[in-house]
Design a protein around this ligand. Sequence first.
Ligand code: GDL
Length: 451
Amino acid sequence: MLAPDFLGGVVEGFYGQAWTHEQRLHLFERMAAVGLNTYFYAPKNDLKHRTLWREPYTDAELRPLGDLVRACSERGINFIYGLSPGLDIHFSDAAERERIETRFRQMQQLGVRHFALLFDDLPGNLSEADRQAYPTLAAAQCDVTNAIHGWWREQEAGARFLFCPTPYCDRMDGTQLGGEGYLDTVGELLHAEIDVLWTGPEIVSTEIPVDSIERLTQRLRRRPVIWDNLFADDYDFSRCFCGPYSGRPLELRQALRGILINPNNEYPLNFVPLRTFAEYLHAEGEWRPRERYLKAVADWLPSYKTVIQPLALEDLTLLCDCFYLPRQEGPEAAAFLALVERLLAEPVDQRGTDYERFVALNSQVQALFERLTELNDRELFNAWSRRAWELKEELQVLAMVLAGKKAGYDIEKPGMLDQHHSGIFRRGFLTRLKQFVVLDSNGAVRVRPRP
Ligand code: GDL
C-alpha cells in the first residue's frame, strides 16, 4: 500500500510540442481510471512557464488553465503548478519574489493549491549582484523557495510544494553542477516540508536502484519525488517509448515521496507507459514488466481500428517492440536486428532460413505501415506517422541491399543507396552534421574516420 500522500502521476515537463487542451482532459480521465493522483503542469513550451516567467497570464490564457484545474479537482487529482524562473531571476531582489507570488496568486484564483519552483536545465551560476548576497547558488535558490513556500503556507497549510534542483541526477551531482556541496546545502537549508525532485542516476535513468535513493535521502534530509524521464522522447525525434515501466524495483516506492512520469510528447503514444506505470504503483508481490506490457498492448489494440481491416495484435506488438525503451529494444525488435546483422555478415550460402524470415518481417512492417495510414483515429496515426515512415523506409533499403547480396552483388561497394529516392533520402543539413562524428554504444564520441 502506498502512503496516502504519495504523489503518483504525470509531469508534463518536456520540451517541444505540449499536449493540447483536449489531450490533457483526456489524460485526467485516464489517470482517474488507472489510479494516478497527480498532474504536474510544467511544459517548457509555455513561454510564461520559463522564458517569460515574470509576465502574468492574460485572461484568455487563464481560462483553459482554469478548466484543467477544475477537471483535476472533480476527479480527485492534485494539480501542481510549476514555475521555472531560473534562467534570469535576481535572487536577492525582493521584487522578483513578488512576481512569483503574483503568478501563484493568479493560479490560486483558479483553485491551484500545490506549487513547484524549478531550477533545472540552467547554466548553474549566480549573477554578480547575487554573488554579493549569497555564498552559493543553492543558498540563493533555497532562500527564494523558502520565502515563497512560507508565504504560501500561511494561506494553504498542508499543500504540497516542490523544488527541482539544478543538479537533478547523480551524474550532474558528480560533475558538481551548481557548485560544490549543492545537494548538501539544499538538505540543510530547504524547508523540511518542501519536496525535492530527482531523475535518478541519469537524466533518463534505465534503472533507479533503492540504495542510490537512500544515499540521496541522507543528503537531502528527505525522501525525494522522482521526475521520471524513462518515456520522455523530446530529445530524439525518430524515437518514442511504448515499452513497459521497468528498471525500478517495487521497494523503491517506499523510499520515495512520489513518482511522476514525464512521457512522450505524442500524447496518444502514452497508453502503455501510463498503464504499466499505474500498475507498477499499485503492484503487490512481483513486478513482471514484459507480462504487463503484453497485456497493455492487447488492451490498446481496439484503438487501432482502420477504415479497412484492423491491425493485428502481433503487428502492434512488433511496432511497440521497435519503439520500446531508451536503452532497450523489445525482444522482437532485438531479434529482428540480430537477424539483419547475421544476414549482412554471413556468406550467402550459409543463410539457412534467415533470408526468408527477413522477407516475411519486412512485408509485415510494410503492411503494418499501410494499416496505420488507414487508422480511424487520425491523432493516433499522426503520432506514429514520421517514426513508422522511417521504419518502413529503412527496411526497404535493407531489403534492397540483402536482395542485392543474394543476387551476387558486392554490397560493400558504394552506389546501392543511390537507387533509393535518389538525392533526397537521408540527406540534408542535419544528416550531414551527424556524419562528422560517430557515437559508440556508451555515447563516447569520436570523429568519423575519413574515407
Ligand atoms: C530534462 C528536463 C526535461 C526533459 C527531459 C528529457 C528534467 C528535470 N528536465 O533534463 O524537461 O523533458 O530532460 O529530455 O528532467
